[in-house]
Design a protein around this ligand. Structure first.
Ligand code: ADP
Ligand code: MG
Length: 327
């Protein structure tokens, strides 16, 4: 099983960011309202994720790190809607096979917590351990026992960048969840929970950089047949924006789409936008039957039933919003 887990880890775990992704998705699935992420050396030395979700009973800790043991077949659809794809019941055993791993948890209604430790896939003893309601996953020395993979890790800065990018995307998709990121003992990100539009904009500004918050337009438009576009777009006069400030979520899932990208560029071209990459955070919602999200999950591509209509809807909505700024 150890070997199988190490092989599976090759698919699930590429770098610290993939560990953070899997573990944070688990926290969200567990209903966490607050997630604390702590990294050392870009996550290569340590990744620690604590959540205040439902927790795991001591007698179920071992199951949580067994292959193909998932407690949530019923929620596959929800998972789809997060930032990216997960691997059904494979994440924790895979991560535990290639790191020094600890899972500490306390269910909301339990009096105390318990901790399970696995070292490069070995061990698995469970002992009582103090812990507030919720779960902490610790992953130390990623790939310590797989030198070939460890060599593929990039610099601390690059690995941190990948983690931050994924967290940014999640912070935008899940505004109600508080997320903190601490790197080498210093808090580098704090996404406060956002319930009203002002708080959501503050969160978007935190994600994209402060300037965006003061140089964007809010927009919201829907059609009778339940197409809905909402979010924020940069003012055409905004002094700075870049390709990494472009976020499109389709039914809550981050995607890259040429049709929509084209519609957005077109709308900006009309208002004499001189930058190269207008900044935007847009949420498109539509009947799930009108979009196929499984074209290429790893590449965040989707296929729309009626792309032409969607293009026009996005173009018109942005044109109106941008046109109004000229008046
Ligand atoms: P999957 O998420 O596909 O079910 P994982 O290996 O990621 O597989 O997790 C295995 C199981 O461990 C989950 O189904 C869940 O029951 C439990 N689990 C993992 N992380 C948490 C967490 N943070 N809070 C509560 N339960 C968790
Ligand atoms: Mg999971």
């Amino acid at each position: 099983d150890l070997l199988i887990n190490q092989i599976a880890a090759g698919e699930v775990v590429e770098r610290p960011a993939s560990v953070v992704k899997e573990v944070v998705e688990n926290a969200i699935d567990a209903g966490a309202r607050r997630i604390d992420i702590e990294l050392e050396e870009g996550g290569i030395r340590l990744i620690r994720v604590r959540d205040d979700g439902g927790g795991i009973a001591p007698e179920e800790l071992r199951l949580a790190v067994s292959r193909h043991a998932t407690s949530k077949i019923a929620s596959l659809d929800d998972l789809e809607s997060v930032c990216t794809l997960g691997f059904r019941g494979e994440a924790l055993p895979s991560i535990a096979a290639v790191s020094r791993f600890a899972l500490t948890s306390r269910p909301t209604d339990a009096g105390h917590g318990a901790r399970l430790e696995i070292d490069g896939g070995r061990g698995g003893d469970i002992a009582p351990h103090p812990h507030p309601p919720g779960t902490t996953v610790e992953v130390r020395e990623l790939f310590f026992n797989v030198p070939a993979r460890r060599r593929f890790l990039k610099s601390e800065r690059t690995e941190l960048g990948h983690v931050e990018e994924w967290i940014r995307c999640l912070a935008l998709a899940r505004p109600e969840v508080e997320i903190r990121l601490v790197h080498n003992g210093r808090q580098t990100r704090h996404y406060r929970p956002a319930r009203d539009p002002a708080a959501r904009l503050a969160r978007v500004a935190e994600a994209l950089g402060g300037e965006f918050g003061g140089a964007c337009l809010a927009l919201e438009q829907s059609t009778a047949d339940e197409l809905r576009l909402s979010g924020w777009i940069g003012l055409p006069t905004a002094s700075r924006s870049s390709a990494d400030q472009q976020y499109l979520f389709v039914n809550g899932r981050v995607v890259r789409d040429r049709t929509i990208g084209h519609a957005i560029r077109q709308a900006y071209a009309d208002v004499l936008y001189h930058g190269r990459h207008p900044a935007y955070v847009l949420f498109l919602e539509l009947d799930p039957r009108r979009v196929d999200v499984n074209v290429h999950p790893a590449k965040h591509e989707v296929r729309f039933r009626d792309a032409r209509r969607l293009h026009d809807f996005v173009y018109r909505t942005l044109s109106e919003a941008l046109g109004a700024t000229r008046a």
